[in-house]
Design a protein around this ligand. Structure first.
Ligand code: GLY
Length: 409
């Protein structure tokens, strides 16, 4: 049964208030004052914790590696080399933490990782250079103004653009597998990097790539209810769709939770940088799919796939929740419909409060030094199931930063 929205929201409020009742920052039921639900103190407590937690994490990461996850049962800290798609999130999180805490040890740790990451600027074998270089060098350049970081990113953007082919009008995601020309919904996240590159270089090429990619993705990735397929495979010579499949979701026609979040975030960025209302509409429709979904749990941390059974034994994905929170805060700034804006902020607040509660936030010194528990990498591959993930931490801290920057004085 699908709950109507008002009922869903009041149930959510009751659920969240119950689970977070020990936190003084939470509004009392019936409190209609305009005090923010999340306070400066709440954010500071979470940032102080995260700085301490990342100090610990930094002691576990070998010099030439980046952290990926931690497997509790095996007490195994898992890392990657620089060419793995998640390599930019750790330095990116450190940079957000530096900005929010002023703790210069966070900056120093980030700078050490930027040194080993720089070589990826020449990597033409991945579509993930946005994640890898914009979350890391992008934040570093924004914070420090160091021109070297700008040059690294311009080279990286040129490498990413080699994966765009006019025959399909899309950036190719993967070179592996038996796919012809696979494009995954995740790829929407790399467009932010290319918008930056157009602005920084004065070359419209990158911006045009983004518009072409995003328009084809609207056409071919989305279903009537605005959920999305994970992988669309194209014929590389004609650009015709060959197949629509999943890779990390429950089924080809299911709604893999993180995929929905990648799409939401991606179309918000498209609107931010073009002001084309088609993209705002797309983002709002994706948000409606997520927020009104009958399987969305009361605490707003989605099950790993919206088509997975809504039950206590179904794994949650804190990474999708963190992405949703960060994305919805931005979406609330663009929508002209006040009720929708309030709905987005309220959902983001509830998500942030849940993720900051004992259920999802690790204890200091545990969880391999990662901040959040309970994410899912790829359940069909039995890989990274119910674990911390470096990108869950990144988007959680980003959501806290956005809330502080945009909603607190
Ligand atoms: N981009 C891969 C993932 O979301 O797992």
């Amino acid at each position: 049964m699908k709950l109507n929205h008002k009922l869903t929201l009041s149930l959510l409020t009751v659920g969240i208030l119950a689970s977070a009742c020990s936190q003084s920052n939470v509004k009392k039921e019936g409190d209609t004052s305009s005090q923010p639900v999340i306070t400066d103190e709440f954010i500071k407590e979470n940032i102080d914790f995260s700085v301490n937690q990342y100090q610990h994490l930094s002691t576990l990461v070998p010099e030439d590696k980046l952290p990926k996850t931690y497997i509790k049962d095996e007490d195994k800290f898992v890392t990657s080399g620089t060419s793995w798609w998640t390599s930019g999130f750790y330095p990116g999180t450190l940079l957000y933490l530096y900005e929010m805490s002023g703790d210069s040890s966070m900056l120093r740790l980030a700078e050490q990782k930027l040194e080993i990451l720089e070589k990826e600027k020449n990597n033409e074998g991945t579509h993930d250079l946005g994640f890898m270089l914009f979350c890391s060098f992008g934040n570093a350049y924004r914070i420090t103004g160091n021109e070297h970081y700008k040059n690294v990113m311009l080279q990286g953007a040129a490498s990413l653009a080699t994966r765009f082919h006019p025959e399909t009008g899309l950036i190719k995601s993967w070179d592996h597998g038996s796919w012809k020309y696979p494009v995954i919904i995740d790829n929407m996240m790399n467009l932010e990097f290319l918008f930056w590159a157009s602005e920084a270089s004065g070359d419209d090429k990158y911006r045009n790539i983004n518009i072409s990619h995003a328009d084809s993705t609207i056409k071919n990735h989305f279903r009537d209810d605005y959920s999305s397929y994970h992988v669309v495979d194209y014929d590389p010579t004609t650009g015709k769709v060959v197949d629509k499949k999943t890779h990390q979701g429950k089924a080809d026609d299911s709604a893999w939770a993180r995929g929905q979040s990648w799409g939401l975030y991606g179309y918000i960025v498209m609107y931010r940088d073009t002001k084309n209302p088609v993209y705002l509409d797309q983002a709002e429709n994706i948000a409606a799919f997520i927020l009104d979904h009958p399987n969305m749990p009361e605490d707003m941390v989605p099950y790993w796939d919206y088509d997975a059974p809504a039950s206590d034994t179904t794994f949650r994905d804190a990474s999708a929740a963190a992405l949703n929170a960060s994305a919805l805060l931005e979406l609330s700034k663009y929508t002209e419909d006040k009720a929708k804006a309030e709905k987005y902020v309220s959902a983001a607040e509830k998500t942030i409060i849940s993720l900051s509660s004992d259920k999802y936030r690790a204890k200091l010194g545990q969880n391999g030094g990662f901040i959040l528990l309970h994410s899912v990498g790829s359940l069909p591959h039995d890989s990274e199931v119910d674990v911390p993930l470096t990108y869950a931490d990144y988007y959680y801290i980003e959501a806290l930063k956005r809330y502080q920057d945009w909603f607190l004085d």
